[in-house]
Design a protein around this ligand. Structure first.
Ligand code: KIV
Ligand code: ZN
Length: 511
């Protein structure tokens, strides 16, 4: 006899809290591409941004609201009028919208950050929820730093905001301080003590400072929570947020334990993880659960033998159920425009501008000449290249010489706003030589904060995807480049980062 399960709402905040990771900022177009995959995965709520944080965030929430039809689109807003009005405006075109308003409720935040008395915090929260309800009937209220708030005060504020019209109550573990037993018990007590608790869905939002974000979220689910806020790959501020893929797969794999089920189509997990990683330039560690390259790889002979005899001896999930191995060979050198366009369509990417498609198609042909098999990840990397917003700096030519016993040398030519420049430089290694050559021309004065290379697909003919993180005047940008020659990819990534710095987008307000 099957027992009726409750629905667990999956609220993805990759585009908002995930984007608050230093260096993970995404363009509007990139957010729309990720949102389309989240929709395809059947995520219930997509938090697309914090509309008032910057004009870029506002435009991104608006664009996602227009592009996505199936998932509910949400914008964050502090519990102040201006934020809520901006969120309401950005969400106007959404098929289904939500305003997520919040205010801190812990003694330490109220005293030092807000410098407000608890009574005033309560009044402001109620007012914010009422204002938000004028834009949508789906309003979420978060008690920031909830896990360190006084229970009695929480009961009062929650009762008041539910009476004012909040439908979802989120009690975040903002600073990642919670412990599973304690955090779960907090929800149990709240559900017992708040008289109108049955009129709202309770939600978790956990940060991973102690590596407990997923455990805390699941403990909350065991104690009555029916919405989990999470991000792809666990992306997020500091140590990140609870990872969507781990929560979804824990619930699916342990249906014997959890009283809930999600509506997620898990076959889209790996492709979405790959896209988020390639857009943000944050690689996924190989041993990361579910989406790491080794997550389903059995190295030991005993394990391999067992899996060959009977898979369940060592495998608790099937790799194909989370999307591994689905997009093996997709296209090659003989594929034409229609096939390439169709595959992009299947990945949720449409080209309204024929010129943009033509450029991507040319890159596809150039890549197919160098690389036998083209995978979905390759297709994504071709698009990423296309979106560098301002091509102020362009790489024209690169010649790198490296010989055992002598310093590597790079000869480089660039265009800066169309003007040709060239130079050469030596370095500790070939990449160092390239970056020194570029800097001797550009003189950006930026600090290199991160350099990473990852293979886009398998095999020695794989493209290398390079991320270069630069910092200047407190602003962090991630440049990305992809090529079968990793030195070319490195130079492209550096130029991409310089172009992003040149854009000079005003720094965002964080939460
Ligand atoms: O971590 C947090 O408390 C947040 C809130 C704004 C929900 O991100
Ligand atoms: Zn958060």
């Amino acid at each position: 006899m099957s027992i009726q399960k409750d629905k667990l709402v999956i609220f993805d905040t990759t585009l908002r809290d995930g984007e608050q990771s230093p260096g993970a900022s995404m363009s509007k177009e990139e957010k729309v591409r990720i949102a389309r995959l989240l929709e395809r995965m059947r995520v219930d709520v997509i938090e697309a941004g914090f509309a008032i944080a910057s004009p870029g965030d506002f435009e991104a929430v608006k664009a996602v609201s227009e592009a996505v039809r199936e998932s509910r689109i949400c914008s964050l807003a502090r519990a102040v009028n201006a934020d809520i009005l901006r969120a309401g405006e950005a969400l106007k075109k959404a098929n289904a919208s939500r305003i997520h308003t919040f205010i801190a409720t812990s003694p330490i935040h109220m005293q030092y950050k807000l410098q407000m008395a608890p009574e005033d915090v309560l009044q402001q929260a109620v007012k914010a929820v009422k204002t938000a309800r004028q834009f949508t009937d789906d309003v979420e209220f978060s008690l920031e730093d909830g896990s360190r708030s006084e229970p009695e005060f929480m009961y009062r504020i929650i009762e008041a905001v539910i009476a004012a019209g909040a439908r979802t109550i989120n009690i975040p573990d903002t600073v990642g301080y919670g412990e599973p037993g304690e955090y779960g018990a907090l929800f149990r007590r709240v559900l017992e003590h708040v008289p109108n608790a049955d009129k709202a869905i309770f939600s978790t939002h956990c940060h991973n400072d102690l590596g407990l974000a997923v455990a805390n979220s699941l403990s909350a689910v065991m104690n009555g929570v029916r919405q989990v806020e999470c991000t792809i790959n666990g992306l997020g501020e500091r140590a990140g947020n609870a990872s969507l893929e781990e929560i979804v797969m824990a619930v699916k794999t342990r249906q014997d334990l959890y009283p809930v089920e999600t509506g997620i189509d898990t076959r889209h997990i790996v492709p979405t993880s790959r896209l988020v990683s390639s857009i943000t330039g944050f690689p996924v560690q190989p041993n990361k659960a579910i989406v790491g390259a080794n997550a389903f790889a059995h190295e030991s002979g005993i394990h391999q033998d067992g899996v060959l005899k009977h898979r369940e001896t060592y495998e608790i999930m099937r790799a194909e159920d989370v999307g591994w191995g689905q997009n093996r060979l997709v296209l090659g050198k003989h594929s034409g425009r229609a096939a390439v366009r169709a595959r992009y369509g299947e990945l949720g990417i449409a080209f309204s501008d024929p010129e943009a498609f033509q450029q991507v198609f040319q890159r596809f042909k150039a890549l197919a000449d160098k690389k036998h098999e083209i995978f979905d990840e390759d297709l994504h990397s071709l698009i990423t290249d296309n979106e560098t917003p301002v091509e102020r700096f362009q790489l024209k030519d690169l010649d790198v010489r490296s010989k055992i016993g002598s310093a590597p040398q790079a000869f480089i030519s660039l265009l800066i706003q169309g003007e040709p420049h060239q130079t050469e430089a030596c370095g500790g290694g070939p990449v160092d030589a390239i970056f020194k050559a570029i800097e001797s021309i550009v003189g950006s004065g930026a600090d290199l904060k991160l350099y990473s290379v990852n293979a886009v697909t398998q095999g020695t003919d794989s493209q290398g995807s390079v991320t270069v993180r630069l910092e200047k005047d407190g602003r962090l940008v991630n440049g990305v480049g992809a090529d079968t020659d990793i030195l070319v990819a490195s130079a492209q990534a550096y130029m991409d980062a310089l172009n992003l710095l040149a854009m000079g987008e005003s720094k965002k307000q964080g939460v």
